[in-house]
Design a protein around this ligand. Structure first.
Ligand SMILES: [Zn+2]
Length: 409
């Protein structure tokens, strides 16, 4: 009897193996390149113009740092607001809240500029060594839309190698990998690294669009102290305080955090210092990016329900209330939306000349109750995409829909 060791191939088997290898290679290339395609965005019919970041900083043209800039202008003159999501592409609620604006917004007074994928390169890869899902699904009317979950930093394929230590454009020395952290690269450098150029491009948007108020949407780990928070530049202190009180009346607890003057390179710090605007950063709690989580699944992105976080909450280790309902994406998006609305209301109170008014957006409670997907465009529709290890979680609330509770909306 012949064993496998005695098996001899011939030209035909050699050709077949080569062909098989080539096919596997081609399939991997297309799957890999598929990660570089941005998910489609379907702006509301009241969009005034869609630009690219390269229109403000031309060096970004045809680079992976270029990204869409959506501009909405109202009939009445007023102030101008910039909202960014996706400065950290693994913080799904920041991106999703910005997307909700783009797909629903109608500006009545002033101007609103939204950049949902501020660090576009960070959306083209996943958090390394975390087993992170590449995609998650949101039920929308008539189907499921699939979204990429990106990473905190710029893709190393696009910016490499990291220095051992990084001197930020604002002059602080930090760990080398932070060279790819957009939220350490403000105010950017016009001829710097890709991440620094993206930061510069966003400052150019602030300058060229005459922005007066900037809000940067983030998330953080439930065990991180700056959470459920409004972090404010001192120029926006009064506005932030008024907004926090309004939110408290709505049953939404937000901490107020003054931005430390010596922590440099962050959006709100440098937008305020270099862009001269009022600037704030919002944080919601995101279990999938925390250190205590169990298996990171597409469902965890959407439901925010994790047994290990539940245990940590029982031991008093978290900075947020956390129960069996988890921290659903819809609830986190609703918090961002409520906070942005409250900040706009306080702008109207504090600086009426700079006010911005809009319509078309759902009330934050409706986002909690019906799920964020109810307010997204059906898009291309179609069934769930299961490529790239992603999957589809249930309705945006993950079955955890419930009436808002004080301090725990
Ligand atoms: Zn962040």
């Amino acid at each position: 009897m012949k064993g496998i060791g005695h098996w001899r191939g011939n030209r035909l088997t050699a050709a077949a193996s080569l062909l098989l290898g080539a096919m596997i290679g081609l399939l991997s290339v297309s799957a890999f390149r598929g990660m570089w395609e941005p998910d489609p965005v379907f702006p509301s019919p009241w969009l005034t113009r869609k630009a690219m970041l390269a229109d403000y900083h031309p060096a970004l043209k045809n680079t992976p740092g270029d990204t869409e800039v959506f501009v909405f202008e109202g009939g009445e003159p007023g102030g101008s607001l910039l909202v960014t999501g996706g400065v950290h592409a693994n913080e799904a609620a920041g991106f999703m809240a910005a997307l909700l604006l783009v797909e629903n917004l109608k500006v009545e007074k002033g101007k609103v500029v939204v950049i949902p994928r501020a660090n576009a390169s960070a959306f083209t890869h996943s958090e390394p060594q975390e087993g992170s899902p590449q995609r998650y699904g949101i039920e929308v009317p008539g189907g499921v839309r699939s979204f990429r979950l990106g990473a905190r930093l710029t893709n190393p394929v696009h910016q490499w190698p990291d220095p051992s230590l990084f001197r930020t454009p604002a002059g602080q020395i930090v760990a080398g990998a932070e060279a790819r952290n957009l939220n350490r690269c403000f105010p950017g450098r016009p001829r710097g690294s890709l991440t620094e150029q993206v930061a510069w491009g966003i400052l150019e948007v602030i300058r060229q669009e005459g922005i007066g108020l900037g809000i940067d949407l983030h998330e953080s780990s439930p065990e991180y102290p700056v959470i459920n928070a409004i972090v404010f530049h001192e120029k926006a202190a009064e506005m932030a305080a008024v907004a926090q009180m309004d939110l408290q009346f709505e049953g939404l607890d937000f901490r107020l955090e003054a931005s430390p003057r010596n922590l440099r390179g962050l959006s709100h710090r440098e937008w305020g210092d270099h862009g001269g605007i009022r600037a704030l950063l919002l944080e919601t709690p995101n279990p999938v990016q925390g250190r205590l989580k169990g298996r990171p699944t597409p469902e965890l992105v959407v439901t925010g329900r994790d047994p290990f976080y539940l245990k940590a909450a029982g031991l008093g280790r978290l900075f947020i209330p956390y129960d069996t309902a988890g921290a659903p994406l819809s609830w986190r998006v609703a918090r961002h939306l409520a906070a942005v609305e409250a900040i706009l209301a306080s702008l109207e109170e504090v600086e009426p000349d700079l006010a911005v008014a809009w319509s078309g957006l759902p009330e934050w409670r409706a986002v909690v109750e019906q799920g964020v997907g109810a307010f997204l465009r059906p898009g291309t529709g179609g069934g769930p995409r299961t490529d790239g290890g992603g999957g589809v979680a249930g309705q945006a609330g993950g079955g955890a829909r419930r009436p808002p509770q004080p301090g725990r909306p």
